[in-house]
Design a protein around this ligand. Sequence first.
Ligand code: PEP
Ligand code: MN
Length: 352
Amino acid sequence: MIIVLKQGVSQQEEDQVRSILREEGCLVREMSTGEETVIGAVGQVSRDLRFFEQLSGVAKVIPVSRPYKLVSREMHPEDTVVQIGDVEIGGPRIVVIAGPCAVENRDQVMTIAHHVKRAGAVLLRGGAFKPRTSPYSFQGLGEEGLKYLAEAREATGLAIVTEVMAPEQVPLVAQYADVLQLGTRNMQNYALLHAVGESGMPVLLKRGMMSTIEELLMSAEYILSHGNRRVMLCERGIRTFETYTRNTLDINAVPVLKELTHLPVVVDPSHATGKWRLVNATSKAAVAAGADGLIIEVHPNPELAMSDGAQSLKPERFAELVNQVRAVAEAIGRKLEPIPSKQQIVMDISTS
Ligand code: PEP
Ligand code: MN
């Protein structure tokens, strides 16, 4: 439930409300916005809501009807903006994340990082720990791959998004990454949700390939309930009876999520389609539907990619996509241009 306190409530009254909620076994969260003091309380309470309404200092009590609480719009009506360095996800700008499916070697990552940056990407993706369907497929370079990603960040300024597959990997991946990606196969790995929740790091939580929107939100709720609000949700396609595409992009999920939750929504058209030819159209559809960001696989030589080559764009096609997505963004009153970093501003002034 959400408890709105009266204007001019005393500290003693506030403390009393919080202590009663804690005695009831609730998780208490501060949600104050501007003038109002608002308390979010999550948990089963033994008392009737009217009991809380008549407490001294309480203006009103709003029950939260959804099974997920901390992620719900009811609890937090304003959009959450996740800040990663200079980049904001969930604000007016649309964020493009791009890079290879897997980090294959140093050269490949450095080449792609420069390409995607030039084209307009503001974050670099790349898997060092790869969840593969077959145990005989390339499993990723592990820590060596993380080091190459960190080097690419050093060279380009792009922050790193990379997958973490197990709770015990979180400290290692967090040493190198800026955003922890939780893959579709791990959306309901509760020990992992707990671990990334405690890490406090920004998290990109991908929708399970056979999970409902509500299940995705319940997984995000685990992360928030462990104290981490820096969560972005990712629609990456779900399994349907259709086999022409690798998955089916659930475009409905974008406006549905924007309605149900305050968390930013990112779309992955690469895994949603499995075919590079479909990535451009679905990226534009995602932005038109209200996505806050895109995560796209790009490879300098997709035919030779060690994973997901069929859905990876060549750098020049990616650049074309960014230009077209920019036009869609502008048509709906949003922007794609990255905020220039301080370093860039200094360079621009010194070269003008
Ligand atoms: C990936 O991003 O390369 C990946 C494995 O994604 P997903 O978990 O959505 O399949
Ligand atoms: Mn992939």
